[in-house]
Design a protein around this ligand. Structure first.
Ligand code: MRU
Length: 456
């Protein structure tokens, strides 16, 4: 993989991609409330502005261009920036886009917030490497990107012999599935593409038709994820307390915004919807040791969206809750088991324990693509263990003696009994979760209950 900025001759294709993407957003808008509709418009306008004139995202010289400075405004603009001038940043962006028919560009999230650069990938193997190396992360985002990567492999093999094409696809699917083990969105997206492949006829002579079918499936996954994000933002907004005479105080962990999910985000989508609804809101952002998704990414996204926020070390959350300074905790999920046990970024479980101790509602915001009924409970959620380097170094600087033994699980499991509600695109799920999840996954709309100002 190499870093890349777009070439001047590639604008039409990128524009087309975003138009289609914006079109998906617009198509889903009818069912959304006014607030989420506005949020969607911002998102679509942002996507268009990115293409119109080589705005914020396309950075041709990564080494010299810093990531966009945070702005207090979220309004997208279609005016071209003056030469050398950075476009005012806005919220709601997708972490990936097409450069041309054969190349997917991923924002390199490892390098945020220092520089905004994109990494091109052209097939399933390169996409898997980007997921494994954390170029792109966040459960819904890696599902969408994996689907596109696999569809690109099918496209690149459209003139090959059917047997060769099938071998490449099966290998690509396996590599993608193994890239990260915890988020079910990844395996789920790959399974969907492989099912489409099987139904089309894996040995079909029509390589172009086969590739088109897989591309359609990948685009459906992206569109559904986008729709789900908007719907969760709308439903989550109903849940949020409305304290009189002061801002709502939300605590969040890891990064659950557009970078992690595309366009809206999960937990951070709810926060941004509240902000767009002009509800006074302040967000406490856990730094999220050791990978610092909160410090590096959530602060960056909230600053762009103009949401007031404060960064804190993970260990400081306890005293914040003890002092009664948090109204609700919002987190995402990488895998929700059939009984509601929730696998999410390491450090989520301690927050749920604290929330129960201090009578603060603890909400999980996750699309149904993050729910796995094949995982009966939290003990069956595979927890990724990551390298010791992430713990003994901070951004390249060693902080512990060489040879120190390290325990570095990337996720933990919050027992369902500590979860106040799970916000999905199909409704707000309440205990008992096994039944609520089964109903939601069967497609029935879970009943969204009226907001409760403060609940344990
Ligand atoms: O290791 P990461 O950064 O991929 O972990 C991401 C999270 O844990 C998020 O909270 C999760 O994916 C859910 S919301 C996007």
């Amino acid at each position: 993989m190499t870093e890349s900025g777009p070439g001047p001759g590639q604008e039409p294709t990128r524009r087309e991609f975003f138009r289609r993407f914006a079109g998906d957003l617009v198509a889903s808008a009818a069912q959304l409330s006014k607030v989420v509709g506005e949020l969607r418009d911002e998102s679509a306008a942002e996507a268009r502005s990115l293409l119109a004139d080589g705005g914020l995202l396309p950075i041709t010289d990564a080494s010299t261009v810093p990531a966009a400075p945070p702005s207090a405004t979220s309004a997208a603009t279609s005016e071209a920036p003056a030469p050398g001038e950075a476009r005012p940043a806005t919220g709601f962006r997708t972490p990936f886009r097409m450069l041309d028919d054969d190349t997917l560009l991923l924002i390199d999230q490892r390098r945020l917030p220092d520089v905004l650069v994109e990494v091109p990938v052209k097939n399933a193997a390169e996409t898997a490497a980007a997921i494994r190396d954390m170029v792109v992360r966040g459960a819904p985002a890696i599902g969408q990107v994996a689907a596109i990567g696999l569809a690109l492999s099918a496209r690149s093999m459209r003139l090959a012999q059917p047997y060769a094409r099938r071998a490449v696809l099966e290998t690509g699917a396996e590599v993608l599935r193994g890239a990260r083990p915890t988020a079910i969105n990844l395996g789920g997206a790959v399974d969907r593409l492989m099912a489409r492949s099987a139904s089309f006829g894996e040995l079909s002579e029509d390589g172009a038709g086969f590739a088109a079918a897989l591309w359609d499936e990948a685009m459906a996954i992206v569109a559904e994820a986008t729709d789900a994000g908007g719907r969760m933002a709308e439903l989550g907004l109903e849940l949020l307390p409305r304290p009189a005479g002061r801002p709502l105080e939300i605590l969040t962990h890891c990064n659950t915004g557009p970078l992690a999910a595309g366009q809206f985000g999960t937990a951070l989508g709810v926060v941004q919807a509240a902000h767009f609804a002009e509800r006074p809101i302040h967000v406490w952002v856990d730094e999220t040791r050791p990978y610092l998704q909160g410090a590096r990414l959530t602060t960056w996204e909230l600053a762009q969206a103009g949401v007031d926020h404060t960064l804190l070390p993970d260990g400081a959350a306890a005293s914040l809750l003890a002092a009664g300074r948090v109204d609700a905790i919002l987190v995402g999920a990488d895998r929700v088991a059939a009984n509601g046990d929730t696998g999410n970024k390491v450090g989520t479980y301690p927050l749920a324990v604290l929330a129960a101790r201090h009578g603060v509602p603890f909400y999980v915001v996750a699309p149904t693509s993050s729910i796995d009924q094949g995982t009966p409970d939290g003990s069956a959620i595979p927890i990724e263990e990551r390298s010791a380097d992430e713990v003994v170094t901070v951004r390249g600087i060693r902080i512990a003696p060489a040879g120190t033994k390290v325990f570095n699980p990337a996720f933990d499991v919050t027992p369902a009994e500590l979860v106040t509600a799970i916000v999905t695109e199909r409704g707000i799920l309440r205990p008992p979760y096994r039944e609520a999840i089964a109903a939601a996954m069967a497609g029935s709309e879970a009943s969204a209950r009226s907001p409760r100002p403060r609940e344990a």
